[in-house]
Design a protein around this ligand. Structure first.
Ligand code: KIV
Length: 289
């Protein structure tokens, strides 16, 4: 806890250095990361006490209705990072660099990372292994912390031939460990491991000094991440095997809106109590009375 100017205890914000040391083998508690794309979503996950709020480019699929993440650009990501940051979460806000924002040149990568930081992120995430070392080093050189992301990298959808589990062959396992080491040496403060066999994620986790955060990567990572809409049951896409639904809010929301529609159609909404009245005038009865 820290003190504000009026000597009230305020929860300390989660920082990049605090995340960097969260290795379970050093006795740390597992990291919890959840996505959010707007202020209400960020408030929900922050009040739940997560460590990291990821404004993921999954936004493209989960909220904007695209089939993949390739449609989204830096300006759209910044718009949503700003909405999340306005809720002033205690959790560390990480903004996802979208496809083509760091692929053409290192300079592009720095400028686009800066756009997300100016929108309110305190770190950025990008996808890819060893081939990303120059851009990772350049962004960190501009004082912007970087989270890596290997395994199933949705921005490489067409190269991978679909959203497919990675690292199932022996040589792919070695490549993933090498990628993770290269990203950690380049300065990434944490690595997302997406959709790989549990034992592969364990080898990667053992191989690097920074925390790994798994999604479909088994129980031995240093933390876990889920997409908010998946864990709340708000998603329309078929749930992959790693998704655990903690609520069924999509169905509950449809029940609520159906009840509203029926109340309007049957004249039960709004009631007199839900209407404004002229002062001191008799409240009129419902239409037709
Ligand atoms: O965009 C995203 O939500 C992500 C997570 C699935 C890690 O990258």
């Amino acid at each position: 806890m820290a003190l504000d100017g009026k000597e009230n205890a305020v929860p300390e914000q989660v920082t990049v250095p605090a995340v960097r040391v969260r290795k379970r083998r050093l006795g740390a508690e597992p990291l919890v990361m959840v996505t959010a794309y707007d202020a209400p979503g960020a408030r929900i996950v922050d009040r739940a006490g997560v460590d990291i709020v990821l404004v993921g480019d999954s936004l493209a699929m989960v909220v904007l209705g695209h089939d993949d993440t390739l449609a989204i650009d830096t300006a759209t990501m910044a718009h949503h990072v700003a909405a999340v940051a306005r809720s002033r979460p205690r959790a560390l806000v990480v903004g996802d660099l979208p496809w083509m924002s760091y692929h053409v040149s290192v300079d592009d990568g720095i400028r686009n990372a800066a756009t997300l930081i100016r929108a309110g992120a305190r770190a950025v995430k990008l996808e890819g292994g060893r081939q990303r070392v120059p851009v990772v080093e350049a962004i960190i050189g501009a004082e912007i912390p970087v989270m890596g992301h290997i395994g199933l990298t949705p921005q490489s959808l067409h190269v991978m031939g679909g959203f497919k589990v990675q690292g199932r062959q022996r040589d792919a396992v070695e490549a993933l460990v090498d990628d993770a080491r290269a990203l950690a040496e380049a300065g990434c403060f944490a690595l997302v491991l997406e959709a790989m066999p549990d034992v592969v994620a364990r080898s990667v986790t053992d191989a690097v000094p920074v925390p790994t955060i798994g999604i479909g990567a088994g129980p031995w990572c240093d933390g876990q991440v889920l997409v908010l809409h998946d864990l709340l049951g708000l998603g329309e896409r078929g749930d992959p095997r790693f998704v655990r639904r903690y609520a069924n809010l999509g169905a509950a929301a449809t029940v609520a809106v159906t009840a509203f529609a029926a109340d309007v159609r049957d004249g039960r909404y709004p009631s007199a109590d839900e209407s404004y009245h002229i002062i001191e005038e008799t409240v009129p009865g419902p239409p037709g009375s």
